[in-house]
Design a protein around this ligand. Structure first.
Ligand code: SAM
Length: 280
């Protein structure tokens, strides 16, 4: 891959190709998506009728984890990799409700996010946006906006929520595993920092594993082209040397839910996990 700088991030919106941000927006009933994006979901829906629930579980986990970090861990700086298109409750809204001065830097490389998401996400002086490739940790860590707005001598929270399953080391020039990418990030974080990850999951037990395989096949061969369901061991590898916050890596919907569960889980809900780790 060639070097990607803010100038090089595509600014033309190609409506013939699906984009991760827009497919996710469509799954969350947003308005910033095209026919080609909705087609991805239709293809996956043939094997997983409840596919939208994957997106909702991911998003709800992000919101609960952000609230936990703001209220209990006392984190005041956030590096949100893969912001996505603005939805009802974005990271900065959650954490700035707890502390209006909490700093948030969003990073994304999608032209639609750049075109109008950025304006909505950068709604106050403590919230910033930068365009870069989140699977190149060195570039993010050394990014001008990231360095100017976040203080790497104090604990911060790094979010990779719903992002790493779109990274395929087989397609990447360096063939680095997601675990290796996360190690480079974690090495740069000060002690007391937190890492939040949500990831498509292959539970390695039937019938969910078969469902995960089928969804992966559909995502990868759809106009979006990405979406890998990884195993517990592979996802654990993405929290190198971190102490896991209770209950560890678990189904997103089971990570400190807002209330009791009275409705059985949909099958897809067994196929996305999240976790929060703390650097000792
Ligand atoms: N983190 C948000 C959430 O969980 O609600 C959004 C998740 S969305 C599924 C994934 C986001 O990651 C998209 O906005 C997409 O554009 C972004 N993304 C994917 N690959 C990226 C890359 N290599 N560099 C920067 N952003 C990327």
């Amino acid at each position: 891959m060639a070097d990607l700088t803010e100038r090089d991030v595509p600014t033309r919106i190609d409506t013939t190709k699906a984009s991760i941000a827009r497919v996710y927006d469509a799954a969350l009933n947003g308005k910033d998506n095209y026919e080609v994006d909705r087609e991805v979901l239709r293809q996956v829906r043939q094997v997983a009728p409840e596919v939208n629930q994957l997106a909702w579980d991911n998003r709800d986990f992000l919101i609960r984890a952000a609230r936990f970090l703001g209220t209990q861990a006392g984190i005041t700086q956030y590096l949100d990799c893969g912001s996505g298109l603005p939805t009802a409750e974005n990271t900065h809204q959650v954490v700035q409700r707890v502390n209006p001065e909490a700093k948030v830097v969003y990073v994304d490389n999608d032209p639609v996010v750049l075109a109008h998401g950025r304006a909505l996400l950068e709604e106050n002086e403590h919230t910033h946006f930068t365009a870069a490739d989140i699977f190149r940790p060195r570039e993010i860590i050394e990014n001008e906006t990231v360095r100017a707005k976040l203080d790497f001598t104090r604990p911060l929270a790094l979010f990779q929520v719903g992002t790493l399953h779109h990274y395929d080391e087989r397609q990447d020039e360096g063939h680095r595993s997601p675990g290796e990418i996360m190690r480079e990030y974690v090495d740069a974080l000060p002690s007391g920092s937190y890492v939040v990850i949500a990831h498509f999951f292959d539970p390695e037990s039937e019938p969910y594993s078969e469902l995960a395989r089928k969804m992966e096949e559909r995502f990868v061969h759809s106009p979006m082209g990405t979406g890998l369901f990884r195993t517990r061991a592979q996802i654990e590898d993405m929290f190198p040397g971190l102490e896991m916050v209770d209950p560890g890596i678990t189904l997103c919907t089971k990570w400190w839910p807002d209330g009791p569960r009275i409705k059985p889980l949909d099958q897809v809900q067994y196929c996305i996990v999240g976790g929060v780790g703390r650097k000792p």
